[in-house]
Design a protein around this ligand. Structure first.
Ligand code: G6P
Length: 611
C-alpha cells in the first residue's frame, strides 16, 4: 500500500528518496512522486503514474536536486490512479504533503477550504490536508504549530510527511493509524513508513507512536505525543544485515521466499523448544500464568493470515479441546461480540500493521478478554507493541505480495501455541507433545525435500495456463489449505479460483465442473481420505480434470483426467504445512506462464494499512 520516504541532509537527497521508493515497491502502488526544496528555495516536484522506474526516468530528464524532500508511492483510494492524484500534493507551491491512510471528513473540509478560496487540483482526500496546513501556517507562522493544529481537524487515519519552502531546514511528520519510522544518520535524518525503505542509509531507528508529531532536522529529532508533551522515543539499532531487497539467484522474490521456508521455519523454532516440550515462555514472561487460565481462543486476522487461523482452529479444538473461533478482522471489528469468559484474543499478521486487525485488537481492549497475543513477523510493529503476549515468526522480510514463508511460519507458531496451551492445561494426549516436537524438529529438512517436487509442479502448471476458472477442494484441516491455494492462484495469475470443502461439492459447485475447469485437491492419508476419494469420483463423473497432490500411500492412481502428484508420507498434524508448498509452487508457475507481475500483482498491496 502507500509508501512514504523523507530525508533532510547536507547532500542531495533525491537518490535516497528514489531508492527508498524502490524498496517500498513490494507493498503495491499505482503512481509515485517526489518533491524537494531546491537550492533556490523553490519546491519542485515530479510525479508519474505507473512504476518508480518511470519516475526515475523522468528525473533523469528533468533532474531534481535538494537537501530536503519527501516522496511517495500511492495506492489509489480516493480518485483514480493518475498523475494528477499522485502525491506529493502542493498548496500554492509553498507546502508539500505526502499521506498514507484515509481522511474520512475530507468532503466537509474540502467545502470549508473552497470557501476560503483554495483551488483543488486532484480528487484525493489528501489535498485537504495540504491546504489546511497552508491556512494554519499563514495563521500561526510555525510549521510544527500549524501541523499540530491541522491534525486536530482530521478524522481518519494518517501517516504524514510535510515540507514547507519557507522553512527549508525541517521535515515534519505526524502519525495516527498509519506507521512512521524515523531513521537516524550522522548529520542527516530520514523518515519512512517502513524501515526497509531506509536500510541503505541507516540501521538506527525510532518508531513514532499513535498521535506523535515529529520535527526532523539534519542534526535533531523532536517528538511530541498525543497530549502535546515533548517525549523521547527509544532508539533501536537493527542487527540484521540489509537483506531485504535482493532476489539473489531467483527470478522473483516469491520464488526466493518459497525456497527460504526450510531455513525460516528453523528460525521460528529456534529457542522455542526444550527436549520434548514447547517453551511456554517463548510467548512472553506472563504466558505461563495466563495460558493456565485460557478456556477459549478467539483468532482474528486478514487474508493469508486468516487462513493460518483457520488451520489453528482444527489444531486447537482437535488436539486440546479448547474452543476456538476464527474471524476476519474487517467483520469482527464492526460486530457486537459476546465474549466468553477467559478468552485469549489472538491476532495473526505478517506485517503487524494491517488496519482492520489492529482496530480489532484495539476494540478488544476493555471488552473482557483475558489477554491478547499476536503471532507476527515484524518485531517493531504496532500489533507487537500493543499486545500483551507475542510470538515472532522470524521469517525475515517478505517482499512478494503473495504471502508464502509468512504463512508457513505462522502455522508453526500456531502449532507451538496449541502445544503450549494444551500442556498448560493438561489437555494433550500422553506423549503427543514429545511426538510433535520431534516432528517439528524434522520439519525444516523435510520441507526442503518437498521443494524437490518443483519440476513436477512446474509441468502441471501448464494445464492451467489457458484456463479461466479453477476449484480447490480440501477436507478437514486441508480445507483452509485449499483456501490458501486458491487465494495464491487468484492473487498472482488472475485466474478465478474458489475453494470448497470437498463435502460441499454437491451443494452447488458441481454445477460448474466440466472439462474446462481444473479441480485441485490435497489428499494426505488421513481419516477423511476415503470420503475425499468419493468426492473426487463425483468430479470425474462430470468430466472434470483433477490435479491431486496425494500421499504416496493414499492409493490414488493416475488415470485419464486425473493427474496425481505424489507426496511423501507426512505426519497428519503437520500435513497442512507440507501440502501448502506445492500449492504455492503451482500458483507461482501458472503466473509465470501467464506473464503476470508475480511479485507485485495488479491492484493488491502487501500491507493493507487502510480500511
Ligand atoms: C494483504 C496481503 C496479504 C496478507 C494480508 C494480511 O492482503 O497482500 O498477503 O495476507 O494483507 O496481512 P498481514 O500483514 O496482517 O498478515
Amino acid at each position: 500500500m502507500c509508501g512514504i520516504v523523507g530525508a533532510v541532509a547536507e547532500r542531495n537527497i533525491t537518490p535516497i528518496l528514489l531508492e527508498g521508493l524502490k524498496r517500498l515497491e513490494y507493498r503495491g502502488y499505482d503512481s509515485a512522486g517526489i518533491a524537494v526544496i531546491d537550492s533556490d528555495g523553490q519546491l519542485m516536484r515530479l510525479r508519474r503514474s505507473g512504476k518508480v522506474a518511470e519516475l526515475e526516468q523522468a528525473q533523469q530528464q528533468e533532474p531534481l536536486a535538494g537537501r530536503i524532500g519527501i516522496a511517495h508511492t500511492r495506492w489509489a483510494t480516493h480518485g483514480a490512479p493518475c498523475e494528477r492524484n499522485a502525491h506529493p500534493h502542493f498548496s500554492s507551491n509553498e507546502i508539500a504533503v505526502v499521506h498514507n491512510g484515509i481522511i474520512e471528513n475530507h468532503q466537509a473540509l474540502r467545502e470549508q477550504l473552497k470557501g476560503l478560496g483554495y483551488l483543488f487540483t486532484s480528487d484525493t482526500d489528501t489535498e485537504v490536508i495540504v491546504h489546511l496546513l497552508h491556512y494554519k501556517l499563514h495563521e500561526m507562522g510555525d510549521l510544527a504549530a500549524a501541523l499540530k493544529a491541522a491534525v486536530q481537524e482530521l478524522h481518519g487515519a494518517y501517516g504524514l510527511a510535510v515540507v514547507a519552502a519557507s522553512q527549508p531546514d525541517r521535515l515534519l511528520a505526524a502519525r495516527s493509524g498509519s506507521p512512521l519510522v524515523v531513521g537516524l544518520g550522522l548529520g542527516e535524518n530520514f523518515l519512512a513508513s517502513d524501515q526497509l525503505a531506509l536500510r541503505q542509509v541507516t540501521d538506527r531507528f525510532l518508531y513514532l507512536e499513535e498521535g506523535d508529531i515529529a520535527e526532523i532536522r539534519r542534526d535533531s529529532v523532536r517528538i511530541w505525543d498525543i497530549e502535546g508533551r515533548e517525549v523521547q522515543r527509544e532508539t533501536l539499532q537493527l542487527q540484521e544485515g540489509a537483506e531485504a531487497a535482493d532476489k539473489g539467484e531467483y527470478r522473483h522474490f516469491m520464488l526466493k521466499e518459497i525456497h527460504e521456508q526450510p531455513k525460516v521455519v528453523q528460525r521460528t523454532l529456534e529457542g522455542r523448544l526444550a527436549d520434548d516440550q514447547v517453551l511456554v515462555q517463548a510467548f512472553g514472561p506472563q504466558a505461563a500464568e495466563l495460558f493456565a487460565k485460557v478456556r477459549n481462543v478467539q483468532i482474528i486476522a486478514c487474508g493469508t493470515s486468516f487462513h493460518a487461523g483457520m488451520v489453528a482452529r482444527y489444531w486447537l479444538e482437535g488436539l486440546t479441546g479448547i474452543p476456538c473461533q476464527v474471524e476476519v478482522a474487517s467483520e469482527f471489528r464492526y460486530r457486537k461480540v459476546a465474549v466468553q469468559p477467559d478468552t485469549l484474543f489472538v491476532t495473526i499478521s505478517q506485517s503487524g500493521e494491517t488496519a482492520d486487525t489492529l482496530a480489532a485488537l484495539r476494540n478488544a481492549k476493555g471488552a473482557g478478554y483475558l489477554a491478547s497475543l499476536t503471532i507476527c513477523n515484524v518485531a517493531t510493529s504496532s500489533l507487537v507493541r500493543e499486545s500483551d503476549l507475542c510470538l515472532l515468526t522470524n521469517a525475515g522480510p517478505e517482499i512478494g505480495v503473495a504471502s508464502t514463508k509468512a504463512f508457513t511460519t505462522q502455522l508453526v507458531g500456531l502449532l507451538l501455541l496449541t502445544l503450549a496451551l494444551g500442556r498448560s492445561q493438561q489437555r494433550l494426549a500422553a506423549g503427543l507433545e514429545a511426538e510433535l516436537v520431534g516432528e517439528l524438529r524434522r520439519l525444516p529438512s523435510r520441507l526442503g525435500e518437498v521443494l524437490g517436487m518443483e519440476k513436477a509442479v512446474e509441468k502441471v502448471a501448464e494445464l492451467f495456463a489457458e484456463k479461466h476458472h479453477t476449484l480447490f477442494l480440501g477436507r478437514g484441516v486441508q480445507y483452509p489449505v485449499a483456501m490458501e491455494g486458491a487465494l495464491k492462484l487468484k492473487e498472482i495469475s488472475y485466474i478465478h479460483a474458489e475453494a470448497y470443502p470437498a463435502g460441499e461439492l454437491k451443494h452447488g459447485p458441481l454445477a460448474l465442473v466440466d472439462s474446462d475447469m481444473p479441480v485441485v485437491t490435497v489428499a494426505p492419508n488421513d481419516e477423511l481420505l476415503e470420503k475425499l476419494k468419493s468426492n473426487l469420483q463425483e468430479v470425474r463423473a462430470r468430466g472434470g480434470q483433477l490435479i491431486v497432490f496425494a500421499d504416496e500411500q493414499a492409493g490414488m492412481d493416475k488415470e485419464d483426467g486425473v493427474q496425481v502428484i505424489p507426496m511423501s508420507h507426512v505426519h497428519e498434524v503437520l500435513a497442512p504445512i507440507y501440502y501448502t508448498l506445492p500449492l504455492q509452487l503451482l500458483s507461482y508457475y501458472v503466473a509465470v506462464l501467464r506473464g503476470t507481475d508475480v511479485d507485485q500483482p495488479r491492484n493488491l498491496a502487501k500491507s493493507v494499512t487502510v480500511e
